[in-house]
Write a protein that binds this ligand. Structure first.
Ligand code: FES
Ligand code: FES
Length: 183
């Protein structure tokens, strides 16, 4: 089958990929670019596990052809934060136990990021309504909603929230750790 060139920016990096015209964006992200944080839960636009951002808006990437994203800016969960510098939503999901198996989590967080970009101070009802397109089989949604409300209250990155420990604090911590290890 013939292929088509797709040029897009993914997580801030320019990418060029040759794809079959029928390829879905979610498969371009996962299979061509190795960004497996974007999940496939249903392939039929129901679950939201494949949610990423295209030109700043949350989309279910199983409903978009890769060629439709030509020229777009795409952000996936990998582009939101890093292990050492979590996005406020990632931090809040961790703190409030907003996940169990984690399968829905990347899509849930990308949908929540879009929601907070449009409505930085949502009510609980607005959060529940805003995440209606994302299904979770594990959590019962309660802690997910708590996490999103918490991220709305603390929109700074975790790295901005935690001041560097003072030299005295570090020394006391080392002493405590040494005692704890029986040194
Ligand atoms: S995989 Fe896209 S909505 Fe379920
Ligand atoms: S945490 Fe398992 S599906 Fe949501």
């Amino acid at each position: 089958m013939s292929t088509v060139g797709v040029h897009l920016t993914v997580n801030g990096e320019a990418r060029e990929v040759e794809v079959e015209p029928r390829l879905l964006l979610v498969h371009l992200l996962r299979d061509n670019l190795g960004l497996t944080g974007t999940h496939v839960g249903c392939d039929t636009t129901n679950c939201g596990a494949c949610t990423c951002h295209v030109d700043g808006e949350a989309v279910k990437s199983c409903t978009v052809l890769a060629v439709q994203a030509d020229g777009s800016e795409v952000t996936t969960i990998e582009g939101l934060g890093t292990e050492r510098d979590l996005h406020p939503l990632q931090e809040a999901f961790w703190k409030h136990h907003g996940l169990q198996c984690g399968y829905c989590t990347p899509g849930m967080i990308m949908a929540a990021a879009d929601l907070l970009a449009r409505n930085p101070h949502p009510s609980e009802e607005e959060v529940r309504h805003g995440l209606e397109g994302n299904l979770c089989r594990c959590t019962g949604y309660h802690n997910i909603v708590k996490a999103v409300l918490s991220a709305a209250e603390h929109p700074e990155r975790a790295s901005e929230q935690q001041p560097e420990p003072s030299a005295a604090g570090e020394a006391a911590g080392r002493e405590f750790a040494a005692e704890g290890l029986g040194a």
